[in-house]
Design a protein around this ligand. Sequence first.
Ligand SMILES: Cc1cc2nc3c(=O)[nH]c(=O)nc-3n(C[C@H](O)[C@H](O)[C@H](O)COP(=O)(O)OP(=O)(O)OC[C@H]3O[C@@H](n4cnc5c(N)ncnc54)[C@H](O)[C@@H]3O)c2cc1C
Length: 376
Amino acid sequence: MNKVELAIVGGGPAGLSAALMASKLGIKSVLVDENRRLGGQLVKQTHKFFGSYEHMAGVRGIAIGRQLSEKVMADPNITVMLSTTAVGYYEDGTLALYQREPEEKLIDIKPQTVIFATGARENMLAFPGNDLPGVYGAGAVQTLMNVYGVLPGEKVLMIGSGNIGLIVTYQLLQAGSKVEAIVEILPKIGGYIVHASKVRRYGVPILTRHTIIEAVGDDRVEGAVIAQVDEKFKPIPGTEREVDVDVICLAVGLAPIVNLVWQAGVEIAYIPELGGHIPWHDEEMRTNVPHIFVAGDLAGIEEATTAMIEGELAALSAAEFLGRGDRAEIESIREDAHRRLEELRLTVFSEKVKAGIKKLQNWKELLKQRAGNLRG
Ligand SMILES: Cc1cc2nc3c(=O)[nH]c(=O)nc-3n(C[C@H](O)[C@H](O)[C@H](O)COP(=O)(O)OP(=O)(O)OC[C@H]3O[C@@H](n4cnc5c(N)ncnc54)[C@H](O)[C@@H]3O)c2cc1C
């Protein structure tokens, strides 16, 4: 374990692709994931992916996850550690792992390089009653339904009309729940119109310029108060109304899980367009710590398709650091990966991500300017 060339933390699309690319270049890696099976978010994505066929459009996320996981499990260069959480990364380069199964133990490894691909967590919203049973994140609802076969409730209020809110609404309807409404604080729907049209056909109203005021109930959610908002997103008095629901589902964005990279000394940038606090990295997924690389939602909230390519790029950079692989081969794979990333980022939904990436590239300059302004 102390001779590990590469450790990969996180077995979602980014981590899996990183491990496969590293193996292709002859690097042995240890892939760690806290869950009992590989796939990250993909294990619950029963819907078909969008975009072009080159990027797996039309294939269900769950199938993509299965394909990648099978390849990884069969690869002799990759040691998979499931039910294992990376709990710390220390100055001397020790990555501390807590394994729950098959037996509980702590394992320290000292990898020469690390790719962090820890993904993201769901954002919460502040409103009275948000701690009542029956208030869920959309990802949690998806896990309950699509992984464990459990319906979270009968009548749902969805908060947020981005793709996640729309897709999970559709899946709730398919599973037999009634979705009373989707509430969106912005003046327009955030996700793809095709998803919005689908849920509207089922009779679900999408209330733009609306927000949740409070959850109603003593021991569990028994309703929710919603209201219209003005231009400054302030609730308009007199527009409040109660909806009869037993589930409030929050689809209000994701935030990268940065605690480990932060501990590892990676500089953290604040880029709202990419999900808030993210590890500073260049376009080859290198951080300011030379042997640490990042990929996927951790590096900025985007898509599984882009996460996979970023995983490959991170593995190429790790190979370069380790002095492994053929230089010309690395350059040619890299070029192709950047072409695919650019293609994926051609949609209007990528405008925000591209603005975020630009800010990240100029981050150090921005910091200097801000310091100057503060001094001024
Ligand atoms: C409802 C929904 C629908 C989506 N639909 C699409 C779609 O149609 N198309 C698309 O391209 N994308 C879609 N996405 C986005 C996509 O799922 C994510 O962008 C993608 O999964 C990110 O991959 P990742 O590998 O970075 O992170 P994840 O998939 O989140 O994987 C990270 C993994 O790391 C593990 N982990 C975290 N910390 C540790 C630790 N300390 N130790 C060990 N393990 C750890 C996590 O448990 C997880 O298994 C959707 C997302 C959601 C929520």
